[in-house]
Every structure is written in C-alpha cells, then in structure tokens.
Design a protein around this ligand. Structure first.
Ligand code: PGA
Length: 256
C-alpha cells in the first residue's frame, strides 16, 4: 500500500440500473454523500448507455470521476456494437475497467485486453486491469493465471504509460458470491502482484501502480480490506448500487 496515494474506490454498476432516471438518482445520492471526503478518488462506472446522464453529475466534483466498463481499441470504423476509447474520452470518461472476469468469461482474451490497454493508456486515460484466479487455491501461493494475465496484459506497453495503470485483484470465486477473500490472502497476493510488476517493469514504474481489491466488498468488510489487506482501493460491484452502502465504503477508505 502506498500511503501517499489517494485511495481509489470504483463502483462497477455492471448492467444496472434499468433506467436513466435511476442511474441519475444513484449518482446524485452518491455525490451528495461523499461531498466532504477529500483523500479518496471515487469512480462511478455505469453502463455505456448512462454515461451521458452521469457525466454532468460527476463533472463539478473533483474527487468524483466517470469510468467505463470496457472500451474497444480501434479509433473508429466498421465495428458494430463497439465503443472506442476516443468516444469515451470525448464524453468525459477518465477511467476504463478492462479484462473484468465477466468479460473474460464471454470470450475476451489476453490479446484483446492488451490492445485495449494500449489504446486506453495511449489516450492518457486511467486503465483498471482486472486479474484473478478462478478457484480458491491452497497449493499455489501465486496462481499462474494471475502472472499470465498481468504479463500478457501489460506486454509491450510503453514505460511512460504505466503511471495511469491500476491493477484490480479480483478472485473470480469472490466476485458476486458474497464470499469475499480474507485480508491475509489479499495482502499476500497484492505483495506478489507488486513483486511481479517490479520484475517486469522495474521498481520505479511499479511503485506508482495502485493495486486494488474487488470481490464481495461491502460496507462491513471494506475497512479491514484496506487496513489489513494493504490495498490502495476497492472495486465494488453489488454494493455500489446501494448509495448508502457505497457512501459508507468511501467514508471507511477516507478515514484510514
Ligand atoms: P461484487 O463485484 O462486489 O458484486 O462481488 C465486484 C466486481 O465485479 O468488480
């Protein structure tokens, strides 16, 4: 955990809520609730269709940022259904989550994630690269899959771009299951992720990369993850749809 860094709390709304009205309300409630919290960067990542509704709500609050849940690597052209990094940037998006396990499960490969990462970082936006193992592993201290997802994900990326990279450790078995990881394991894996980054890109670049945790984070366990898990922030799914819970998570991160 880098103590000089602002904590990063990201609300991944996934394919929720149903209407623009509900999305606007949720974003407004969150903005009101976190108004006075200074040392936390809060990112709201609604579905693409609500980005325009939410951008006006986050834009007058410096601690609140707009995130997207994915982006395509090409700038423009015949790519039906895709949204480019340039389009997101033009709309006011400054964070993009990439390689989420739910997208990998739909067929997204490390090669695609690598191209997306290059496009996002190349545009000067912050990229949140999700990595994590499928099953809880007892005999493998640092699951090979995490090493691979990190290695392939950041392959060929210019050193100067690493300042905008964030790694989200999200064990798949903990995502959306209500079975969060233990602070001890989060601590150990985050240390191993950092060590892997040191090895791959050198200490100076690696030190600046925040490592955050996601997987069944709620208002009750958030504090202990940041304190004992020693992570730089949290990626919150389900609990980010409830403004009271999400605000509490942000506040817990703010007082640490
Ligand atoms: P969850 O989702 O908090 O609902 O487990 C986390 C995520 O998918 O980022």
């Amino acid at each position: 955990m880098n103590l000089a860094m602002k904590k990063i709390i990201i609300g991944n709304w996934k394919m929720n809520p149903r209407t623009a009205k509900e999305a606007t309300l949720l974003a407004r409630e969150i903005r009101r609730g976190i108004k006075n919290i200074k040392n936390v960067e809060v990112v709201l990542a609604p579905p693409f269709i609500f980005l325009r509704d939410v951008v006006g709500i986050v834009s007058d609050n410096p601690g609140l940022k707009l995130g997207a849940q994915d982006a395509f690597w090409e700038r423009e052209g015949a790519y039906t259904g895709e949204i480019s990094v340039a389009q997101l940037k033009a709309l006011g998006v400054s964070y993009v989550v990439i390689g989420h396990s739910e997208r990998r499960a739909l067929g997204e490969t490390d090669a695609m994630i690598n191209k997306k990462l290059k496009a996002i970082l190349g545009a000067g936006m912050r990229a949140v690269l999700c990595v994590g193992e499928q099953e809880k592993t007892k005999n493998e201290a640092f699951p090979q899959i995490i090493r691979d997802e990190l290695g392939f994900g950041i392959a060929g990326i210019k050193k100067t771009f690493f300042k905008n990279l964030i790694i989200a450790y999200e064990p798949i078995w903990a995502v959306g299951t209500g079975r969060a990881d233990t602070p001890k394991n989060i601590y150990e894996i985050s240390v191993l992720i950092r060590r892997e980054l040191y090895r791959a890109i050198g200490r100076r670049a690696a030190e600046r990369i925040p490592v955050i945790y996601g997987g069944s984070v709620d208002s009750k366990n958030a504090k202990i993850f940041i304190r004992e898990g020693a992570v730089d922030g949290l990626l919150v799914g389900g609990a980010s749809l409830n403004h009271k819970k999400f605000i509490k998570i942000v506040k817990e991160a703010g007082v640490l």
